[in-house]
Ligand binder design. Structure first.
Ligand SMILES: Cc1cc2nc3c(=O)[nH]c(=O)nc-3n(C[C@H](O)[C@H](O)[C@H](O)COP(=O)(O)OP(=O)(O)OC[C@H]3O[C@@H](n4cnc5c(N)ncnc54)[C@H](O)[C@@H]3O)c2cc1C
Length: 433
C-alpha cells in the first residue's frame, strides 16, 4: 500500500526553508521592484537578487522542474508542486528559484526537441537565468483554435522566411529569442503542417508593433507583444524538432505550463484565505467579530473547501505526471485543474475582498490583482471552455451509449433483473408464506 499524503522529512525541511526565505527575503522584492521580474536587471537589482539566487542554488532548489542533466534537481512534479505553492504567493519567487513561466515551458521543449547546438545557444543561458524567452503562438485573429493560424514560414535556399502576425507574445520585449509557430505546409492538415522556430529577437524583420498591457497598466507599456514578422530570415537550423511537429511540441509545453500555473495558484488562493481569516478575527461590527457572523463563516468554510479540493487534485495530477511520465496520459486531469483554477482563485479572492470592506477594493490591498489574475488564468494557455471540451471528451471515452430504449439504470428494468437473479429464493419465500 503506497497511497500517502506525507512529505518525506528531508524534503519537508527544504520546504520549510523555502517558506521562510520567500516570506523574509523575496516578498519585499514585490514592493521595491514591482512587476520588474522580466526586465533586464539594473546593478542595484543584481546586488540584491543575485545573492538570493545563489542561496537558492546552495540549497539545491534552483530550477527544480528540470532533470539533473539540465542543471536542475530532477525532483519531479509532485515535489515541484509543493514548492510552487510556496513560490506562488509572490511575484518574484519563481524568478529567484529559476522556475518562472514562460521560460520553464520554453526550456522544457528545447530540452526535449533541441539539437545540441540549439541547447548550447538557447537553453543554457535560460537555465542560468541569464536571459528571457518568449513563446509566440497566438495570432490577432485566432487564439483558442490554432488551426486558424496563418503566419507562414517558407523555405528559400538554406533559409526559412517567416511572415505573419503574432499577438500576446509575453515578455517578447525583453526576450533574447522567440519560439514561433508557423505554417510550413498549407496543403496538409494544420496538425501536420505547422512547425516551431527559434528566432533571436534582434533578427531583422521582427517588429514589435505594440506592447499590450493588462488592465491597470499604461497603454503600450505592457509585456504582451503584438509582433509583425516581416520577411524574417532564419537558417534551416532554426527549426525546433522536425518539420510539421508544432502541435506535438505545443502539447508538451502547454501541459507542463498549465499544471505549474495551478501549483502557484494554490499559493495565491491560500494567501487570500489567510488574509480573510485574519480580518475576520480582527474586525468588530454589530456586537461581535466578523468571524462570529454566519455569512463570514460561510465564506471561510466555502473557501477552505474549494482550496483543499483544488490542492489535493493538483498534487494528485502532479503525482500522476511523475508516475506515467506522459503528459498525454494525464491530459484529462491537467485540463480539469486548468478549468477549476480560475474559479477557485476568483471565489476566494472575491470573498476576502468583501470581508475587508472598502479597504478590500483599494490599491492598498492585493485582491483586485488576484481577481484579475483569476481572469488571466481562465485564458492564458487556452480558454476554460476549450479545456472543458477536452475534459468532457476524455471522460466520455470511458463510457458507451446503450441501444436500449431505456437507460441502463432505469429502475423498473433493474427491478425485473434483480427479481430474475434471485428468482429461486424469492419464489421459495413466497411459497413458504
Ligand atoms: C496574460 C496572458 C498571457 C499570454 N501569453 C501568451 C504567450 O506568451 N504566447 C502566446 O502565444 N499566447 C499567449 N496568450 C494568449 C492565450 O493563449 C490566448 O488568449 C488564448 O489561447 C485564447 O485565445 P484568444 O484570446 O484569441 O481568444 P479566442 O480564441 O478569440 O476566444 C475567445 C473566447 O471565445 C470562447 N471560445 C473560444 N473557443 C471556444 C470553444 N471551442 N468553445 C466554446 N467557447 C469558445 C471562450 O469564451 C474564449 O475565451 C496569453 C494570454 C494572456 C491573457
Amino acid at each position: 500500500m503506497t497511497w500517502d499524503f506525507e512529505t518525506d522529512p528531508e524534503y519537508q525541511k527544504k520546504l520549510d526553508w523555502a517558506d521562510d526565505f520567500v516570506r523574509e527575503e523575496i516578498e519585499p522584492l514585490d514592493f521595491v521592484f514591482p512587476h520588474k521580474q522580466f526586465v533586464p536587471m539594473t546593478d542595484e537589482m543584481r546586488k540584491i537578487i543575485d545573492p538570493l539566487k545563489d542561496e537558492v542554488r546552495r540549497q539545491g532548489l534552483w530550477a527544480t522542474h528540470l532533470g539533473p542533466e539540465l542543471g536542475g534537481q530532477g525532483f519531479g512534479q509532485l515535489k515541484l508542486a509543493l514548492l510552487n505553492e510556496i513560490l506562488g504567493r509572490t511575484l518574484w519567487a519563481s524568478n529567484v528559484f529559476g522556475t518562472q513561466a514562460p521560460d520553464t515551458g520554453n526550456a522544457e521543449i528545447i530540452a526535449h526537441y533541441g539539437t545540441p547546438e540549439q541547447k548550447a545557444r538557447y537553453l543554457q543561458p535560460l537555465l542560468d537565468g541569464e536571459c528571457f524567452s518568449s513563446y509566440s503562438m497566438t495570432e490577432p485573429h485566432a487564439g483558442a483554435d490554432p488551426t486558424l493560424f496563418t503566419t507562414q514560414a517558407v523555405k528559400d535556399g538554406g533559409e526559412w522566411v517567416i511572415n505573419g502576425w503574432k499577438y500576446f507574445s509575453s515578455n517578447a520585449k525583453t526576450a533574447s529569442f522567440l519560439i514561433v509557430m508557423a505554417v510550413t505546409n498549407p496543403d496538409v492538415s494544420p496538425y501536420k503542417g505547422m512547425s516551431m522556430f527559434l528566432v533571436p529577437t534582434d533578427t531583422p524583420g521582427v517588429n514589435i508593433v505594440r506592447n499590450v498591457g493588462l488592465y491597470g497598466e499604461a497603454i503600450n507599456e505592457g509585456s504582451h507583444a503584438l509582433i509583425h514578422y516581416e520577411d524574417v530570415r532564419v537558417p534551416e537550423e532554426a527549426l525546433l524538432g522536425g518539420e510539421g511537429q508544432a502541435f506535438v511540441i505545443a502539447q508538451t509545453r502547454l501541459g507542463g505550463g498549465r499544471i505549474h500555473h495551478a501549483m502557484r495558484t494554490i499559493g495565491m488562493a491560500q494567501k487570500a484565505l489567510d488574509m480573510m481569516c485574519e480580518r475576520a478575527l480582527s474586525r468588530q461590527t454589530a456586537g461581535s467579530l466578523l468571524a462570529d457572523k454566519q455569512f463570514v463563516q460561510g465564506y471561510i468554510a466555502d473557501s477552505y473547501a474549494q482550496l483543499v479540493q483544488f490542492r489535493l487534485f493538483v498534487l494528485y495530477t502532479a503525482w500522476e505526471i511523475d508516475k506515467y511520465n506522459d503528459y498525454k496520459r494525464v491530459r484529462k486531469d491537467i485540463a480539469t485543474a486548468k478549468v477549476v483554477m480560475p474559479t477557485v482563485l476568483h471565489d476566494i479572492a472575491w470573498r476576502a475582498m468583501q470581508v475587508h470592506g472598502a479597504l478590500g477594493t483599494t490599491n492598498e490591498m492585493p485582491f483586485f490583482g488576484m481577481i484579475h489574475g483569476a481572469g488571466v488564468m481562465g485564458l492564458a494557455d487556452g480558454p476554460t471552455e476549450v479545456h472543458k471540451v477536452t475534459v468532457a471528451r476524455q471522460v466520455l471515452r470511458d463510457y458507451r451509449g446503450t441501444d436500449n430504449m431505456w437507460p441502463t439504470a432505469w429502475i423498473p428494468g433493474k427491478l425485473e433483473a434483480a427479481k430474475a437473479k434471485f428468482a429461486d429464493v424469492l419464489e421459495l419465500e413466497v411459497g413458504n408464506l
